[in-house]
Ligand binder design. Structure first.
Ligand code: HAM
Length: 430
């Protein structure tokens, strides 16, 4: 016999009842996005590879090591092959769509959200998958629409606090930093390189590579032996120019007024090159090593680097897998079992059971329709196994009299209920 085929390493099936938690999360976040006036955007899951090399940055781990990229075959001799990539993140795709559809032309801020799969060829472990899901949002627009304002940064962060609160997630930490801009970053990188020059040979192999390719990422190193060296390195905050300094101060002032707690982490640099000014991550203790539940920041130059008009922006992406895991480990997210299991007594009752199911479902009752071939005992056992709260028995007597036997599977109590009172009965006591 041929061997069975399994899901590819780093991918997984999401099965009931866990998918109920995913649905709960998605419904709650859509509600929050609605009141903050964010609208959904759906971009393709694969894009031209250049979007990510130019957008996310050639020297980032994501682009250098983790993309699923392939050469798309030409279908005709006149066609060229094209390098395509499964999206490792969605900000570049959203900004591409913003540029492609000229969404800045009305001079307004665009406020988008998205929910969908992303793909990175990372080493799989708890909380880290090769296909994972992000819930993200982006605010982008011309400067004249206020897209650079620190008020937008604060609004995004306050929305995130509200969103996590809505899901019942507490004890998160918001780590905040400013990574400067094109004006002050070169001076900082120069200072960083100079400070690292004499010590880098004592640091880990990754740091030695990063000094050459992407020195900011040295600050992100977690190797214990490197920590004393990193602590003594120059800090971005000492190199911010006047406008970046004022911007960062304003973000903090608004957050403090709104009562959103944060920690300034001068070592917070993100794994994508497009960030400018505000950068942030929310972490949660329940997650273990992969403790970042979400990350984001400003990307004031991204549109221009993708060939678009000046369009400062800011956004975030929540790792939905990690968000669900946090819920499971903290609140033990509840799922809603079926309200009623309908047990038809014999083949002649199938049509009546189907009609009754339809009536109840229309009234919003969650119904599992049983099988006529079961004897009553087996039906009740199945209803128990499914976790249904009631069993409704549909036999000739019931149909004839219009009075149905409704068994409460929690208490074992059984009562006769008139057909048009069943829905209220099971809902009232829910
Ligand atoms: P990111 O930090 O690369 O940012 O990813 C955001 C979140 O996605 C992470 O905090 C984590 O929760 C989740 N995540 C990342 N990789 C994996 C993985 N392999 N398995 C499970 N979860 C993962 C971005 O992607 C930016 N586009 C965020 C952003 C939006 N910045 C501005 N706008």
């Amino acid at each position: 016999m041929a061997g069975s085929i399994k899901a590819v390493r780093g991918t997984r099936d999401l099965l009931p009842p866990e998918t109920e938690t995913w649905n709960f999360v998605e419904a709650a976040v859509r509600d929050v996005f609605r009141v903050y006036n964010f609208k959904e955007i759906r971009t393709p899951v694969f894009e031209d590879t250049q979007l990510f090399t130019r957008g996310v940055g050639e020297e980032t781990d994501i682009v250098a090591k983790e993309m699923f990229t392939w050469e798309d075959r030409a279908r005709a001799q006149s066609e060229k092959t094209q390098s395509l990539t499964l999206r490792p993140e969605n900000t570049a795709g959203v900004v591409r769509a913003y540029i492609e559809h000229n969404l800045g032309e009305k001079g307004l801020l665009q406020r988008f959200y998205y929910i969908g799969p992303q793909f990175r060829r990372e080493r799989p472990q708890k909380g880290r998958y090769r296909q994972f899901y992000q819930i993200g949002a982006e605010v982008i627009g011309p400067t004249s629409a206020g897209s650079e304002s620190p008020a937008v940064d604060a609004e995004i962060l306050e929305m995130l606090a509200a969103l996590l609160g809505r899901l019942g997630i507490q004890n998160w930490t918001l780590n905040l930093n400013s990574v400067g801009c094109a004006n002050d970053r070169p001076r900082y990188l120069e200072a960083l390189r100079a400070a690292l020059k004499d010590v880098v040979h004592t640091m880990c192999a990754d740091c030695q590579r990063r000094v050459v390719t992407n020195p900011l990422r040295v600050l992100d190193c977690k190797v214990p032996a490197d920590q004393p060296i990193i602590e003594k390195l120059p800090r971005m905050s000492d190199y911010l120019d006047e406008s970046c300094r004022a911007h960062f101060a304003a973000v903090q002032t608004i957050l403090t007024s709104l009562g959103v707690p944060f920690v300034v982490d001068h070592r917070l640099v993100r794994g994508l090159d497009y960030y400018t000014r505000t950068a942030f991550e929310f972490t949660h203790g329940a997650l273990g090593a992969q403790n970042a539940i979400l990350g984001g920041g400003r990307y004031d130059g991204l549109s221009e680097s993708l060939g678009g008009p000046p369009a400062p922006g800011i956004g975030f992406a929540i790792g939905e897998d990690r968000l669900v895991m946090t819920l499971q480990e903290t609140a033990g997210a509840a799922t809603r079992p079926a309200d009623v299991y309908i047990a038809p007594l014999g083949a002649g009752m199938n049509v009546h059971a189907a009609l009754l199911s339809r009536e109840l479902r229309r009234a919003g009752v969650i119904v599992t329709l049983g099988d006529e071939s079961f004897k009553l005992k087996k039906s009740l056992e199945t209803a128990h196994k499914l976790g249904a709260r009631y069993a409704l028995i549909v036999g000739e007597n019931e149909v004839g009299s219009g009075q149905f036997a409704l068994k409460n599977l929690g208490t074992g109590e059984q009562v006769k209920v008139a057909r048009d009172e069943i829905a209220d009965r099971v809902k009232v006591s829910s």
